[in-house]
Write a protein that binds this ligand. Structure first.
Ligand SMILES: Cc1cc2nc3c(=O)[nH]c(=O)nc-3n(C[C@H](O)[C@H](O)[C@H](O)COP(=O)(O)OP(=O)(O)OC[C@H]3O[C@@H](n4cnc5c(N)ncnc54)[C@H](O)[C@@H]3O)c2cc1C
Length: 386
């Protein structure tokens, strides 16, 4: 006879990639051993990866319904905001004033994007689309002689800057404009988080598209003289677009580390706090990326499932970084394996013209991207993500 064991009550807070992967992976790994509640402030979540392409064409970034996700995994969805955690009492307080208990809490709250280059036009994501579209129109009308795309110091995911530079350069070529496009970045090599072969390939691609690449160069501010660089020199520019820096979102009752990010152990448990896990952009891991957020969430789900008595295999200690780079003339998929500190492992970096993973697209999560692909197919679209 089996002894009846109460399911673990797991509350997942957040409504992005990490939260979606967490609830799907929890159900997949732990089955009915967990009861899942999802606390998310909005009913849908929009993917950011496609937001760069959407500026230049008549396409919308994909978005997904959290109620459908909750129904799919049998979770309860609360449209609310987590405000505070009382770890000793295992209780949370929501913005609505409601207080709820938990056995295990999973935080997937993302990060706040903030402008880090004074005077530049900062592109966070679709929220800044209207301003950026005006800059694209200036470009198309031939009003920009020199366009600079900049990565301020401390940016944890530089890929959108490469996409913006390549997409702008493609527009310059298509319309036969004379605009010079420059990409300014403190990185030591192009998209250096992916390691050597990818960096060399992306450098060659930028050169082929006539994008000047200024490496190891930190932009400081934009003024009438153009883009001021570290060391005092400046780059003439009529328009400077920058990607944002990220800061964490401190939650009352929980410790926050440098820049507000939460420090976690390898299995995602928040340092010094029992039964609270964190995944995704809100953690102190130095690279912030959707696929990576999903892998962290999956590892958290594995750890919780094992606590609940299930026996899924342990998550790998390395991280797969996978994406599609928009703006290349033909599809370009990039992949690297990162170590536990976020550094690319030698010999584990590659680029290809077809995705080595399924569903193909800009981000990959073991459970969340197949679910997104199913949603896209059900809505009559293609099974790609991003
Ligand atoms: C322009 C751009 C392009 C990108 N391209 C790629 C790419 O090609 N591939 C890739 O993998 N990644 C890409 N990224 C990065 C990727 O979007 C992020 O790394 C990813 O979204 C992080 O997921 P997350 O779940 O940790 O955070 P988010 O996706 O930011 O989700 C956080 C969620 O938590 C919710 N939340 C916040 N506070 C609270 C609270 N107090 N209570 C409850 N909920 C709360 C938010 O509303 C949100 O729903 C790109 C990002 C940008 C900006």
């Amino acid at each position: 006879m089996h002894a009846f064991i109460d399911p673990l009550r797991v509350v997942v807070a957040g409504g992005g990639v990490a939260a979606a992967e967490a609830v799907l992976a929890l159900r997949a790994h732990a089955g009915e051993r967990v009861e899942i509640e999802l606390v998310a402030p909005q009913p849908r979540f929009a993917l950011r990866p496609g937001s760069t392409v959407a500026l230049f064409g008549d396409v919308a970034a994909q978005s997904f319904d959290l109620a459908a996700l909750a129904a799919h995994v049998g979770a309860t969805l609360w449209e609310d905001h987590l405000e505070a955690v009382a770890p000793a009492a295992h209780r949370i307080r929501l913005a609505s004033g409601v207080r709820r208990g938990y056995d295990v809490l999973v935080l997937a709250l993302g990060a706040r994007a903030r402008a880090a280059l004074p005077g530049a036009l900062t592109f966070r994501d679709q929220r800044d689309a209207a301003q950026l579209r005006r800059a694209v129109e200036e470009l198309r009308r031939g009003q920009l002689r020199r366009l600079a795309v900049s990565v301020p110091p401390g940016v944890a995911w530089t890929l959108p800057a490469y996409e913006l530079a390549l997409l702008a350069a493609a527009e310059v070529q298509r319309l036969g404009l004379a605009t010079a496009v420059t990409l300014v970045t403190p990185e030591g090599s192009a998209l250096d988080v992916f390691g050597d072969p990818v960096s060399a390939h992306v450098s060659a691609l930028l050169a082929h598209k006539s994008v000047d690449l200024l490496l190891e160069t930190a932009p400081r501010r934009v003024d009438r003289g153009g883009l001021r660089l570290d060391g005092g020199s400046s780059l003439p520019a009529d328009r400077v677009i920058a990607v944002p820096a990220l800061v964490g979102q401190p939650i009352a009752g929980l410790p926050a580390g440098s820049c507000g990010f939460v420090q976690t152990r390898a299995d995602g448990l928040v340092d010094g706090v029992a039964d609270v896990y964190a995944a995704g952009d809100m953690t102190s891991f130095p690279v912030k990326q959707g696929g990576l957020a999903a892998q962290q969430a999956d590892a958290v789900a594995v750890a919780i499932a094992r606590r609940a008595g299930a026996d899924p295999p342990l998550a790998p200690s390395t991280i797969q970084l996978r994406t599609q780079l928009f703006g290349a003339p033909t599809p370009l998929f990039l992949e690297a394996t990162l170590d536990a500190r976020g550094h690319p492992l030698e010999g584990r970096s590659q680029h290809s013209s077809s995705a080595p993973w399924w569903p193909s697209g800009t981000l990959f999560g073991r459970h969340v991207t197949p679910w997104m692909a199913e949603q896209a197919i059900a809505a009559g679209g293609a099974p790609s993500v991003g």
